[in-house]
Each structure stands twice: as C-alpha cells, then as structure tokens.
Design a binder for this molecule. Structure first.
Ligand code: GAR
Length: 190
C-alpha cells in the first residue's frame, strides 16, 4: 500500500476529492490529513471522511521536526500539498525527494511566488485582464511554486469574470485532474 499524507490550510475540497478518489483502492490510501490553521474546515472534512487529522503549528514544522516524525510513524510515502500555504521545511524535502506534489491555481510560472495563493491569485488574474488561467500540478523544491511541472490545464477568463467565478472554474479543474495526476505520478515512479 502506498500511503499519502495530505497537507492543507483551508477549506479542504482537494483533500476531500483525493480521499474519495482513492477510497476502496488496495494500492493507494490517504493515511492522514495534516493542517496548520487551527479552525480550518479541512479538519471537519477529515472527520466526516474518517481520515485521521492532526493540527501542527509553526514550531512543529520548522523547529522540532515532529511533523516529519508523525509522517514516518504513519509510514507515509508521498506528501500531497492541497492548499497548504507554508514553505515545506528542508528536512521534509530531503525525506521525500521528488515525492511532494503541489497544486497551484494558476499557470506557473505566472502568478506564483510568495503571497500568491488561493483568492489572491484569482484577484490578480482578473485585475490584469488575463484571457486564460488554469492549474499547475508540480513536484516541489525549496522555493515557492517551483519544481518540475507534472501537468497543467487551462480555462478561459471571460471579460466579465470575477475572482469568485474564476475560483469556481479552477476548483472544477482541480477536481477533474488532481487526484488522477497524483495516481499516475505514483504509478510512473514504480
Ligand atoms: C486550491 O485552489 C489550491 O490550488 C490553492 O488553494 C486552494 C485550496 O482549496 N493552493 C494554493 O494557492 C497554493 N499556492 P481547498 O482547501 O478547498 O482544497
């Protein structure tokens, strides 16, 4: 069994979709959901899905290393960043080389980097009157939104687009592609 840890900070729609996608499979499972914002809705989704969820704070990630200890205890093989808004600690990158997958709600390298996350991305795309946006699924390295691109999907940005309507389009793309790309990436690594 290949075991995934999902890291998130917010609503958790991607975490839910990934968990549901792999439910009932005998080769890949979501071992745990880790979140870093205490009252994030992702914790409630995990509870409803019956997946173990744990909160960890900044110290746990960057100083004590307890997050990594926890992932090792749970025999985690791959780390999935699904709306996780902190830089991954170096120690975690070393422990999971080319095994940390992130999703970004834009066509990287456009609209990436520090501060470019979630709604901020959609606001910037709409403010700049872009004609298209999309999603990027990529392996991460030690900088924000860099690393090997695994997959991109595009959507049109209409002249009357709002950040909210664009967010809805992006969420549909994420639902359609993120679990499948994770699945295919794991298979290709074997
Ligand atoms: C998703 O749209 C994801 O692409 C984005 O945060 C949202 C999380 O939604 N990630 C980033 O902006 C990372 N830089 P969710 O919590 O409902 O899955």
């Amino acid at each position: 069994m290949t075991r995934l840890a999902i890291l998130g900070s917010g609503n958790g729609t991607n975490a839910q979709q990934i968990t549901e996608y792999f439910a009932g499979r005998n080769d890949v499972e979501v071992a745990c959901i880790i979140y870093n914002v205490r009252d994030a809705f992702i914790a409630e989704r995990a509870r409803r899905l019956g997946v173990e969820a744990r909160y960890f704070g900044r110290k746990d990630f960057y100083e004590t290393g307890v997050v990594l200890d926890y992932m090792k205890e749970r025999n985690v093989d791959w780390v999935i960043l699904a709306g996780f808004l902190w830089l991954v600690p170096e120690e975690m990158l070393r422990a999971y080389p080319a095994r940390i997958i992130n999703i970004h709600p834009a066509l990287l390298p456009a609209y990436g980097g520090k501060g470019m996350y979630g709604h901020h991305v959609h606001e910037a795309v709409v403010a700049n009157h872009e004609k298209e946006s999309g999603i990027t699924i990529h392996l991460i390295d030690s900088q924000y939104d860099r690393g090997t691109t695994l997959f991109q999907a595009r959507c049109a940005v209409s002249p009357d687009e709002t950040p909210d309507s664009l967010a809805a389009k992006i969420h549909l793309l994420e639902k359609e592609h993120f679990p499948r790309v994770i699945d295919e990436t794991i298979k290709a690594s074997k």
